[in-house]
Ligand binder design. Structure first.
Ligand code: NAD
Length: 508
């Protein structure tokens, strides 16, 4: 590969040197510096972005105590839905007001392109609005067919204190897939963002205070999985853990919560296939496949990281993908034209490359890329758009999350063979199908083991539609009308009304 074949956006200006963002814990309405700090550098520019308070076990416990007290005294859970909704609506408006500031920090910490960071923050604001509506419309059921003297009711009640542990790839969006719904339900929370992307969750804390959220209802503790995430998963005062991250850490969290039997919601990894049938619109498919694999540099739970292509169209589709990949703009995340930014860390870049080199050593061939990508004027790390042909189903690149701009290409002859490849994975987050036949699409949707199926599109998402995984991609669903229900318990109230009609249990 020669890099002059690719579209690269370098940097002429010096790296941005804004003041370093000072991120502190938010505990019981107070911003606290704690005892130590850790720092985050821009993965593209190498400049320091954030200095954050380093959470300790004591900080995590103090935050849980605050959330517990705030829940137990009812300062939030007993407010009418209308008032809770007003706070969530105001938060949405404040997010929109501060979109540039939030997006700038999201880009500098994560390496994602600024235009995509702005879209992510705007999408997050929309989730706060949607959740505000749920705060006023969530209802229980009545059962009026139990006999003349009986009435049954179900009450939807907040589950209590929720720990939220989030990853680095969509920091602001993912906390917004959890927190507004928990708040709409009347819960209180302790949030731990990824140690790589603390800043925007801290800004969200500032906006919640400005929006009028009572102290102690949302607490934020910065730092690492150990000890902060571990305390949030084990402390008996926590009722639920909502986690988004890797399947390995998800398993550790389930084990950690077992002694206190907390409710657990998990949004984990994926190895998401798209099947391209011979009758597909190949231009539309190629564009969506390029989007699916390069969006967020492939550091995306929904990355369309493997395609399964009918043998008759593998040649033309690969050609289209190579041509499109050369046009995708890689480089400075702060440039408005950039479509793919930097890789999150050196360790992660090395892991991506290992998957590619192992596949090549095992007989796969490179249609494009397959190496680190130097970008002029940027000391950070980038990985080239990479298309890997002749991948066999047993290769790690075909079965494990690569989390980089790397596409595995497999072939099939029959529908059954394609479905075997789709479902032969421990993951089940999302899957896609490309065909002009509605029947093929529907058959695929029924057979694919995935929480989301896209037909003739990829990665469209709406607040109205639930999202989550089956198999080892997760437990529970976020978004959609049901999202609030994850943060609620159902209490059954069985009432005898009027005179008892059945005979007394003890005979007269
Ligand atoms: P990760 O699992 O390494 O870390 C996620 C969070 O867990 C971080 O805040 C981390 O500090 C914390 N953590 C680590 N060890 C912990 C422990 N023992 N106990 C409690 N908390 C702990 O994941 P990541 O590298 O930040 O994110 C990438 C992963 O997230 C990928 O696997 C991706 O597929 C997944 N993801 C899934 C979704 C989804 O909606 N399904 C969305 C985004 C990302």
């Amino acid at each position: 590969m020669t890099t002059h074949d690719l579209r690269l956006i370098g940097r002429d200006d010096p790296a941005p040197s804004d003041p370093v963002f000072e991120a502190r814990h938010l505990i019981d309405g107070q911003w606290l510096s704690g005892t130590g700090t850790f720092t985050r550098e821009s993965p593209a520019h190498g400049t320091r972005v954030t200095r954050a308070a380093l959470g300790t076990e004591a900080d995590a416990k103090a935050a849980i105590a605050a959330a517990r007290a705030a829940f137990d005294d009812g300062r939030w859970s007993t407010l009418p839905g209308k008032e809770r909704a007003a706070v969530l609506d105001r938060t949405a408006a404040l997010i929109e007001r501060d979109i540039d500031r939030i997006a700038q920090l999201e880009t500098l910490e994560s390496g994602k392109p600024i235009t995509q960071a702005k879209a992510e923050i705007a999408g997050a604001a929309d989730l706060w609005r949607y959740a505000a509506a749920l705060a006023r419309t969530s209802v229980g059921e009545t059962q009026n067919a139990l006999g003349p003297d009986m009435l049954g009711l179900t009450l939807r009640e907040p589950i209590g204190v929720v720990s939220m542990i989030t990853p680095w790839n969509f920091p602001f969006l993912i906390v917004s897939q959890k927190l507004p719904y928990a708040l709409a339900a009347g819960c209180t929370a302790v949030v731990k963002p990824s140690e790589l992307t603390s800043a925007t969750t801290v800004i969200l804390g500032e906006l919640l205070i400005e929006a009028g959220l009572p102290a102690g209802v949302v607490n934020i503790v910065l730092g690492y999985g150990a000890p902060v995430g571990e305390v949030l998963s084990t402390d008996p005062r926590v009722d639920m853990v909502s986690f988004t991250g890797s399947t390995g850490v998800g398993r550790a969290i389930v084990a950690a919560t077992a002694p206190t039997l907390k409710k657990v919601a998990l949004e984990l990894g994926g190895k998401n296939p798209q099947v391209v049938f011979a009758d597909a619109d190949l231009d539309a498919a190629a564009d969506a496949i390029a989007f699916g694999v390069y969006f967020n540099a492939g550091e995306c739970c929904n990355s369309g990281s493997r395609i399964i292509v009918h043998r008759n169209v593998i040649g033309p589709l690969t050609e289209k993908l190579v041509a499109l990949s050369r046009k995708v703009a890689f480089g400075d995340p702060l440039h408005p034209d950039t479509q793919v930014g930097a890789i999150i860390s050196d360790a992660h870049q090395a892991k991506i490359d290992r998957y590619v080199q192992d596949a090549v050593a095992g007989g796969a061939t490179l249609a494009l890329g397959g190496a680190a990508l130097p970008v002029e004027g940027l000391p950070g790390r980038f990985y080239a758009p990479t298309l890997v042909n002749d991948v066999t189903p047993d290769m790690p690149i075909a079965t494990q999350e690569v989390f980089g701009p790397v596409l595995s290409i497999l072939t099939f002859d029959t529908f059954e063979e394609a479905m075997g490849l789709v479902n032969d994975t421990e993951y089940g987050l999302s899957a896609g199908v490309w065909s002009e036949s509605v029947e093929t699409c529907l058959r695929f949707a029924r057979h694919a083991q995935a929480g989301t199926v896209w037909t003739n599109t990829w990665m469209d998402g709406f607040p109205e539609l639930p999202f989550g995984g089956v198999k080892q991609s997760g437990l529970g669903r976020e978004l959609g009308r049901q999202a609030i229900e994850d943060y609620q318990e159902t209490k059954t109230v069985t009432m005898r009304i009027g005179t008892q009609t059945r005979a007394p249990w003890v005979a007269e």
